[in-house]
Design a protein around this ligand. Structure first.
Ligand SMILES: *Cc1c(COP(=O)(O)O)cnc(C)c1O
Length: 387
């Protein structure tokens, strides 16, 4: 079955609410048991999809977890209140005091801050590595390296990582491979098949898809699932049933949204590439993007986001360009139906590689591409007028 078909069928309501297309929103904390015997039976089976206590989930959460497990091809899924919580709980599932973590230099910045603060405080050392290192990661492995964290494409700068090569070296050294697969969505990269042990998602982005809920998920293979479930449970993570319902609703249209937003983003990226003001366009589907060959080998499609670096820039010119957009709103996140733009400068968040200067990240929404290009064109006129 192809992914778009799976997206329609996975985690549907019928399994939990016969006849219903969508699983209802179940609000529950206390679950009551008619007899002591039934209570004890639920205690014994509490790690399964059995009504036990609200924090362990209800059919609303289970349906979303089922869908993510199926789409990522894993053994099970743990849900969290945000993507960042999914990242931190996944890391904490596999490291202990005295351990060493290898972290891609292009990681989502709050995850980096977690390593530099929380992990440091509990005695876990982090080494950042060049996202393009590939099999060379073997040279950074230590006897106490317990996890290698990957994110591909990298946040803001879009480097593509050679996950199979990294996973082979990590596994040879006894480490698990965690991957932040948010940018690819469950659609464009089968990262567990490529050797990752845990696929992490900020569902906030493409799965929710409508900029109205925060949620995270981590899908693990058989060998890693028990550790992941243990950390999720003991840190007390839970996901709101209302937000899980929104994620399930968003999921059903993921394939056409990704397709259209991806096509629009590529057209915008190619348009920027022709412009004399633009020095570089960072989009994995463009042949000069770092890791493009690996992207072609491993990914089945492009996402809605890309960045540009201007040849010459000034704060005032960038502000004039962004402030006047009609369709690109200034804001964090991506994956919604509306186009976004984000001024950024990753220079301070790179230590294994160097990055100099500001960039501008775009998210293509579902607006008409010609309208978006007209908006970008007017933006560059404002940029030039102020520069
Ligand atoms: C947004 C994002 C996160 C964080 O997710 P939240 O749901 O906002 O906490 C993590 N990783 C990547 C790649 C992201 O884009």
């Amino acid at each position: 079955m192809k992914k778009p078909t799976r997206i329609v069928h996975s985690g549907r309501g019928g399994k939990y609410a016969p006849g219903m297309i969508n699983v209802p929103v179940y609000h529950a904390s206390t679950i009551v048991f008619p007899t002591v015997a039934e209570f004890r039976q639920a205690v014994a089976r509490r790690n399964e999809q059995v009504l036990y206590y609200g924090r362990r989930g209800t059919p609303t959460q289970w349906a979303l977890a089922d869908a993510m497990t199926e789409l990522e091809g894993g053994a099970g899924c743990v849900l969290y209140g945000s993507g960042l919580a999914a990242i931190t709980a996944s890391i904490l599932a596999f490291v202990k005091a005295g351990d060493h973590l290898l972290m891609t230099d292009s990681v989502y910045e709050p995850a980096r801050m977690f390593c530099d603060n929380v992990l440091r405080d509990i005695g876990v050392e982090t080494t950042y590595y060049d996202p393009l290192i590939g099999g060379g990661i073997a040279g950074l492995m230590r006897p106490n390296t317990s996890a290698v964290f990957t994110e591909s494409p990298g946040s803001l700068t879009f480097e593509i990582q050679d996950i199979p090569a990294i996973a082979a070296a990590a596994h040879a050294g006894g480490a698990v491979v965690l991957n932040d697969n948010t940018c690819a969505s469950p659609l464009n990269l089968r990262v567990l098949d490529l050797g990752a042990d845990v696929a992490i998602h900020s569902l906030t982005k493409y799965v929710v898809g409508h900029s109205d809920a925060m949620l995270g998920a981590a899908v693990a293979n058989e060998a890693s699932l028990a550790r992941l479930q243990r950390s999720g449970y003991l840190y007390g993570h839970s996901a709101s049933p209302d937000d899980c319902y929104l994620a399930l609703r968003g999921l059903r249209t993921l394939a056409p949204r990704m397709k259209q937003c991806g096509e629009t983003a590529l057209r915008l990226a190619e348009w920027f590439k022709q412009r004399p003001e633009v020095d570089r366009v960072l989009h994995p589907a463009l042949p000069d993007c770092p890791g493009h060959d690996v992207w072609r080998r491993d990914f089945t499609g492009a996402s809605s986001i890309f960045s540009i670096v201007m040849k010459q820039s000034s704060d005032a010119a960038v502000s004039a360009m962004l402030d006047g957009y009609r369709h690109f709103s200034i804001g964090f996140s991506y994956g919604g139906f509306e186009s976004l733009v984000l001024p950024s400068n990753p220079s301070g968040a790179r230590t294994a590689t160097t990055w100099a200067g500001p960039l501008i990240r775009f998210h293509a929404g579902l607006e008409d591409t010609d309208d978006l290009i007209a908006d970008l064109e007017a933006g560059l006129e404002r940029f030039n007028a102020v520069l």
